[in-house]
Design a protein around this ligand. Structure first.
Ligand SMILES: *Cc1c(COP(=O)(O)O)cnc(C)c1O
Length: 368
């Protein structure tokens, strides 16, 4: 560990979130002068050689990591996933004969559906609200519209800690996924998707850049009446340089992808690591005789956001204070759900999870 990383806390923030130290170190190394540009990535034109190269390399790394087929385009946009809540229906629902179906497994899915309703007819194919969003649905439980414009789901609900272990079976309608908080955390069968979007600041880079992967045939739906920026075609036709792209963000996503390829060994290896680290935490929860109560049902548990409660609010406050003494930071649950949320994205070191587990066991001995 370098001097800098020694002073770093274990950061369990839900997003913007922990980044790999080698990524930050390389960015620092190259910060004042990138390659032979003689200037920072922050200072160079998005049309010039060095950035054109960064963009192409980043794109290729993601294509290789995710095995993105020729049938799909990869874009770097701005506006976060919130803008995608609107851009998806603007482009894929406008003018379509059938509504879009939304599968709701938590807060982000609800927000995505609310935005889509401004744009066109939306049907809720399944809503987990009756059990407080603690699970994903069996495919048989989905009430799907035949010929739906698309079917939207949230692969990992960041607030409730509910993650689909694999894609829901939605027949022939294009499958659209908000993958914001588990993107690059595991391999994805991209060929099964119509569209995937993910803001970078959970697992793939900094805030300000959003990755979109879209099946090319769906571009035919994008109406020329749409505002230029909001039309996927604008970005495809200009290779993500329709306007000035978030250059530094793209550069950092590229470094994260390089780290995944060269240090981690790809997405299958990343998944294994994530499963291992999540299991450590869930084991402590399961062996606590109910002192720690997990939110999600076992089979729906997220590998990325581990959400649990303590017996009361006072203990929860004490827990957060005691955690901070061990450099375990940003563990407070989302205001809508309460409790504790440990976000253990790709870059969370094993040592961070182990330290949290030890602290949890100690804390229970002290207060149970
Ligand atoms: C964080 C998050 C969002 C919102 O992303 P913004 O970049 O803030 O718009 C949407 N969906 C999920 C699943 C998220 O985790």
């Amino acid at each position: 560990m370098t001097t800098t990383s020694k002073r770093r806390v274990f950061n369990f923030s839900a997003g913007p979130a922990v980044l790999p130290v080698p990524v930050l170190e390389q960015a620092r190394e190259e910060f004042l002068s990138y390659a032979d540009a003689g200037a920072s990535v922050l200072e160079i034109s998005h049309r010039g050689g060095p950035f054109v190269d960064i963009l192409a390399t980043t794109k290729q790394r993601l294509i290789d990591l995710l095995k993105i087929p020729e049938s799909h385009e990869l874009l770097f946009l701005q506006g976060g996933s919130r803008l995608q809540f609107s851009m998806v229906p603007m482009n894929l629902l406008r003018g379509q004969p059938q509504p879009a179906d939304y599968i709701l497994t938590g807060s982000w899915g609800q927000m995505a559906a609310a935005e889509a309703r401004r744009e066109g007819p939306v049907r809720v194919a399944w809503d987990g609200g009756a059990t407080d969003y603690d699970r994903w649905p069996a495919s048989e439980a989905l009430k799907l519209t035949s010929g739906a414009a698309y079917v939207h789901f949230t692969s990992n609900e960041t607030i409730q800690g509910v993650q689909f272990p694999s894609e829901p079976n939605v027949g022939t309608s294009p499958l659209v996924c908000d993958a914001s908080s588990d993107f690059l955390g595991r391999p994805l069968p991209v060929e099964q998707y119509g569209l995937i979007y993910a803001c970078a600041q959970k697992n793939a880079g900094p805030a300000g850049v959003t990755v979109v992967i879209i099946r090319k045939d769906l571009l035919e739906r994008c109406s020329a009446d749409l505002p230029g920026y909001c039309n996927y075609k604008s970005h495809v036709d200009n290779d993500s340089c329709y306007n000035t792209p978030p250059t530094f963000g793209v550069y950092l996503v590229g470094l994260v992808a390089k780290w995944l390829q060269e240090d981690v060994g790809g997405l299958a290896a990343m998944l294994q690591r994530n499963q291992q680290q999540a299991r450590l935490l869930y084991d402590v929860i399961d062996q606590s005789d109910g002192f720690y109560a997990g939110h999600a049902q076992r089979r729906s548990r997220s590998l990325m956001n581990v959400i649990f409660r303590l017996p009361n609010d006072e203990l929860q406050r004490k827990f957060i204070d005691q955690a901070a003494e061990h450099q375990l930071c940003n563990l407070k649950g989302h205001r809508s759900v309460g409790g504790i949320r440990a976000s253990i994205y790709n870059a969370m070191p094993l040592e961070g999870v182990q330290t949290l587990c030890e602290m949890m066991v100690q804390f229970q001995k002290q207060y149970a």
